[in-house]
Ligand binder design. Structure first.
Ligand code: KIV
Length: 293
């Protein structure tokens, strides 16, 4: 890992990233960067680093709330975290992930819930999972003026149907279905599509066939952009790390060491030291003691 500081463009000089920016980046063959964030502090750091887009992913159910999968995550959970991220990030395109059962029951409910991400939580766009079966919902949401990002391949909200968190579209027929779905999502109005855990050569072909950008996670370098779960990249989530993640830090270990050092300091009465302590002037103290007599 390089020890050189990485230059970041000053925040003031950066313009708000929009769906148009992503389209232009694809046209210019400039890679699009995206990361997840679920809280104010992380959003600040991701935005400051110049990442194009922040996804408030329902992955927060696993890495923040400790669920086994993303299915228990509710609209209220998502809106709560989206609001925190919106307070921290001023430049990145903010995408709120629609949770399980917030868009599957009816098109009307899908539009209403998508609207809440923009109206109540400060998001710029929403993301939802699935292929052709979501086309009607996508058309209706985009008709309401809400940009939609699609999500194909390993779609975690279908974990039970897929038989686990496993790579998708590895056989010819499934690859053909995925390509068709991508074209249908583009036609339905998606401004971009996440491709998760699919073969790299399929992701590259899909990316070339689409006019809209693809954002890959475990889908190789041929996508128009890349996204990772920030907790994985930072090594904050100790349960498991998918093989497609590059860990840039081990913050779980850093956090554990700091907490253990604090405990040790308190046990040995080394903390708080004088510099962490407020004192009272002698005359005020003496006046106080006199009051007690
Ligand atoms: O929820 C999430 O973080 C996601 C990304 C993995 C793309 O959907």
């Amino acid at each position: 890992m390089s020890t050189q500081p990485i230059p970041t463009t000053s925040i003031e000089s950066r313009k708000k990233v929009t769906t148009r920016t992503l389209r232009l980046k694809k046209r210019r063959a400039e890679p699009i960067t995206m990361l997840t964030a679920y809280d104010y502090a992380t959003a600040l750091a991701v935005d400051k680093a110049g990442i194009d887009s922040i996804l408030v992913g329902d992955s927060l159910g696993m890495v923040v709330l400790g669920y086994e999968n993303t299915l228990p995550v509710t609209m209220e959970d998502m809106l709560h975290h989206c609001k925190a991220v919106a307070r921290g990030a001023k430049t990145a395109l903010l995408v709120g992930d629609m949770p399980f059962m917030s868009y599957q029951v009816s098109v009307k409910q899908a539009v209403r819930n998508a609207g809440r991400f923009l109206q109540e939580a400060g998001m710029d766009a929403v993301k939802l999972e699935g292929g052709r079966e979501r086309a009607d919902a996508i058309r209706a949401i985009t008709s309401a003026g809400i940009p939609v990002m699609g999500h194909l391949g390993l779609t975690p909200q279908s974990v039970h149907q897929l038989g686990g968190f496993r790579a998708q579209a590895k056989e010819a027929a499934a690859a053909k279905t995925l390509l068709e779905d991508a074209l249908i999502l583009q036609d339905a109005g998606c401004f971009a599509i996440v491709l998760e855990a699919i073969p790299a050569r399929l992701a590259e072909l899909v990316s070339k066939q689409l006019d809209i950008p693809t954002i890959g996670i475990g889908a190789g370098v041929g996508c128009d952009g890349q996204v990772l779960v920030t907790h994985d990249l930072l090594g904050l989530f100790d349960r498991f790390t998918p093989s497609f993640v590059k860990k840039y830090a081990n913050l779980h270990e850093v956090m554990f060491d700091a907490i253990a050092a604090y405990k040790d300091d308190v046990d040995r009465q080394l903390f708080p030291a004088s510099e962490h302590t407020t004192d009272m002037k002698d005359d005020a103290w003496e006046a106080f003691v006199r009051m007690l007599d």
